[in-house]
Structures are given as structure tokens and as C-alpha cells.
Write a protein that binds this ligand. Sequence first.
Ligand code: CP
Length: 305
Amino acid sequence: MTDFPHRSIISIEQLSVEEIRLTFERAKNYLANWDDFTAHTTTLTGKTVALAFFENSTRTKFSFEIAARRLGATVLTFTASSSSQQKGESILDTIHTLEAMGVDMMVLRHQSSGIVDFLSQNSSIRFLNAGDGQQNHPTQALLDAYTIENTANKSLNNLRVCIVGDILHSRVARSNIQLLTKLGANVSICGPKTILPKHTPYNVPVIKTIDEAVQENDVLIVLRLQKERMENGLLPSLEEFSKYYGISSSVIAKNPNISLLHPAPVNYGVEIAFDVAQDYPNSFIKQQVTNGVAIRMALLSLINN
Ligand code: CP
């Protein structure tokens, strides 16, 4: 058995603590050689990585593309709107077609929960889940945990981390709860009842107010309101959400040591104020993006073994 036996990255659930640590170690090495672009260019030489995003993305898509190119892969972008899917081809047929052309790895984001797992079981292509429905976003969770430990410099063991906002529709929340719990953190959630799940994943506690969430935690992971997945009527208004759950400078002042993360894109003035996101010294939103490239390089190279 190798140190990293996985052909595909579908969810955090499949990864052991040792495999997560190995991923972090590898990401750290890539970051240490960040400016030496030639250092890693042969790892995926001769391999073809296809990016298929059926939902919009900036960060995940481009960071996977940069990661794969840095490792020397040939990168293809699959565009559903100009593909034969428009003529009725099934996604499984599409995958088998790409497989027949020699695609080795596929980075897939799709609105259907579970689809990446299904496709990985029915194809020889190695998959990296870039977000499936409301279920998993494993690379986001890995880059978040990595950022807490290595950029915010907080050990995850017994760390108090609160995930704030739209937990109900969030694959980032699910993957983060799984990962942070696995690594020893005490995770809680905070948000309006209508956008919290009825059964909290892993029975994490619910914190009622944003002031308590800030005062009682070491890290806040603030989530985007997923308006595209929301039924009408879940929130009275964005202004009201912002008033009771938004992160403003007066809220953050209640615990100036708290670290602030957000997977982005950010709705400024809704879940977080622009000045807090940009200027608060313990806001790590930009560093999350950089760390994301290294985490994705680590995973691409590990599944290539
Ligand atoms: N955090 C995240 O998944 O961002 P994108 O939707 O831009 O990929």
C-alpha cells in the first residue's frame, strides 16, 4: 500500500489524517519553491488534465489550471455549452469519449451531488471533485485548514472554529466540518435558523448570535449566501441578514485576535464588510487563494502516483 492510495479525490471522508498531513507537507514544499517555476514542471509531463465546470468558478478553475500547468500537464477546458451535451449526449458518454482520447485526470464541478463519485466509479479517468451540488468541496476545505495552520499559524488541535452563514446550501461547510473535526478542531456553526440544516452534520453545536461566535472562537469561516440555491423566503432581507450575522468592524473588534476566512466570492456588505475583508490584519482571504494552488498541485501529484 502506498502512502496515498487514492486514484480520485471525491470527499474529505475518504482521506485519513496521515494522507491529509502528507497533502499539507507537499503543498508546503511547493510554496517554499513558489518563485522557482521550473522546479516542478515534469511531475505531470505527458499527462492530460481536463477541466469541466458545469457551474461558474474563478478560484477553483484557474487554480487547478495553474496547478496542473506548473506540474507540466497538458490542460484542456471542456465547455458544456459548446459540447455534444447540447445534442443530448449523457455526461457518462462524454467522460467515456474523453477517456478514449487519453484524458488522464478530470477536475469536475457539477450541480448534482454525488456525480463525481458516480463518474469515477464508471471510468478509468482520475477525478478531482471541484464541488458537487451541496455535498462536497474537498479542495476548498483542505486549503482552508492549511491556511489556518500555516498562514494564521494556529494549531488545529482543540482550536475553536465557527462557520458562519448559509450552512444549509454549502458544500464548503460540509467538507470543512468533516476535515476540521478530523484534525481535532472544535467546530460550531452560526446563522439564521432558516439557512441552518435541520440535522447538523457531526452534531456540531449551533451558536445563536454573531457576538458570541466572535467572542467564543479562534477562527471564523464566513460563507457566501448561496442565492442561486436558495428558495424564496428563507431570509426576510439581505439587510436584515447583514445586521444580525454580518461581520463588520464593530463585530470583529469584540475579538481582535480572531482569524477570518472566506472561501469567496464575497458578497461585500452582506456577509462581511469590505474594509474588514480587505484591511483587517487577521483576514486571510487572499492567502487562501494562493494556498489553494499549492494544495491542488499537491493533490494532482499525489493521485498521479
Ligand atoms: N471558493 C470557490 O469555490 O470559488 P469559485 O466558485 O470561484 O471556484
